[in-house]
Ligand binder design. Sequence first.
Ligand SMILES: [Zn+2]
Length: 276
Amino acid sequence: MAHGDRSACTREWTAADVEPVSCCVCHIDGDRVYDLPPFAVVRCPRCRLAFVSPRLRTEALQAVYDDVGYFEGGVYGSTWSPAMVLQRVWTAGRLGLIRAALSRPPAGTRMLEVGCGYGLFLAAARQRGYDVTGVELSRSASRHARDVLDLSVHQGQLDAAVLDGRYDVIAAWDTLEHVPDPVAFLRTARTLLADDGVLVFSTPYFSSLPARLLRTRWWTLKPTEHIWHFTPQSHHLVFARAGLAVTRILRNPLAPANFGRLDSLVGVARRIPDLT
Ligand SMILES: [Zn+2]
């Protein structure tokens, strides 16, 4: 999911809109790191994963993603912007990363993108020959992907989407930090991933220089939307809990797949084979 400048997070949220949650790995409460009423950022005392608790209830979260403004003003505006240029650099870099990670050519290779937004990455992948499908929570964005770009996109959460067969590539760009339960999300993704498939992802990271220096002023903190805050270490842990091994993490802001992003990383994960 991409990040618009304007979003429903500009509205006033109250204690009635939020609920406490526990660590998705350890199922215990976190210790307070930042107070951002009615939200807070906490850290699990056992595994060190950071997350937002209390956070928006499910219905309020859906309202955030249904707001058309969530995607506008940034990457998806109709006028030229630096964000659109960045989006193209990322798309080319990420398609290159996938091509390098896969042992097969794109033609006919099945790709699923979860959190596909308006469908720009999927449309570029389709142009390279991938057989593409998307899942997107936002009703307005998924409608655009279907009606304007003629993509096959399911609206809703990943576990509710009716999908057929397994995928050679599952992409989750800036998505994992938004999902209600990352371990559950990755377990579902694993069931959809071919034995030799790759799961590629990007997220902000909590141990990045901007996050550590700017603290509550970190522009990516956004407690309404970014409800899990990973580090490379917690990525390994969360993915392993879902039966996936993170095999590559790219933090370099000069790499095309992560270009200009001082506080985000791009990763590649593969299935840990089932024990027999
Ligand atoms: Zn934990």
